[in-house]
Design a protein. Structure first.
Length: 214
């Protein structure tokens, strides 16, 4: 069962969780946060643009994008000071074209400074509980018409014990994200893949904000 708590509790829970996990994040997460390099590759042939990563964590994705796309302006948003401190160190040499914001995202709490070409959520949205619908809606508002949302995240698992374990780690994996993304954006890329022989599935979604919203 998924328990709904106030949005402020979600932010407090994230700050608390990453106070400890920030220190071991980069050493451990590469073993299970699959699809991150693929989504970066799929995005990186775009022309010059502004990309915002929501829930940028320790800056792992932004670092790669900064190195491969010297013409892009990059923004990183995260609610955890410990994660952002690491991102700040890692990205120090790119500070001329990169800005980090310690802010919660969703429900109009913080809007990107200007309309953006690309909003990336990499293993962030499944931790917005509650708040994932609001964050998707806010990304839609923050994007330029024709701009793109890119999401890589957990999709589901056939094992109840694993779903429960991930729930203790604040991750919801109930196939809830893809249908809403597909409803609000025009699908450009949709990939669902097994991880660890089928222990869980993850997905990649890239969608375009319609030029006219009906
Ligand atoms: C699993 S980490 C992903 C980090 C990075 N995107 C990556 O792929 O390695 C999830 C991040 O989302 C952030 N986060 C969770 N809820 C948030 C919210 N409401 N607003 C902004 N950031 C949030 C967490 O603090 C954490 O750094």
């Amino acid at each position: 069962m998924h328990v709904i708590a106030p949005v402020a509790d979600q932010q407090t829970a994230m700050r608390r969780y990453y106070r400890f996990h920030a220190a071991i994040y980069d050493a451990t997460r590469w073993t299970f946060l699959f699809g991150r390099n693929l989504i970066l590759r799929l995005l990186s042939n775009h022309p010059e643009l502004t990309l915002a990563e929501v829930g940028c964590g320790t800056g792992r994705n932004l670092r790669r994008l900064a190195a491969t796309r010297p013409d892009w302006l990059l923004l990183g948003i995260d609610v955890s000071p410990e994660m952002l401190r690491r991102a700040g160190k890692r990205l120090a040499s790119f500070s001329r074209r990169l800005r980090l914001f310690e802010k919660p995202y969703g429900a109009g709490q913080f809007h990107l400074p200007e309309p953006t070409d690309l909003v990336l959520f990499s293993y962030a949205l499944t931790m917005f509980n509650p708040g994932w619908e609001a964050a998707i809606e806010q990304a839609r508002q923050d994007l330029k018409p024709g701009g793109r949302i890119a999401v890589v995240d957990f999709h589901d698992t056939p094992f109840a014990w694993f779903r429960r374990w991930m729930g203790y780690n604040h991750v919801r994996m109930e196939q809830h994200l893809l249908p809403v993304l597909e409803e609000h954006f025009e699908t450009k890329t949709r990939i669902v893949r097994k991880a660890w022989g089928g222990l869980w599935r993850y997905f990649i979604f890239i969608g375009e904000k319609p030029l006219f919203h009906g």
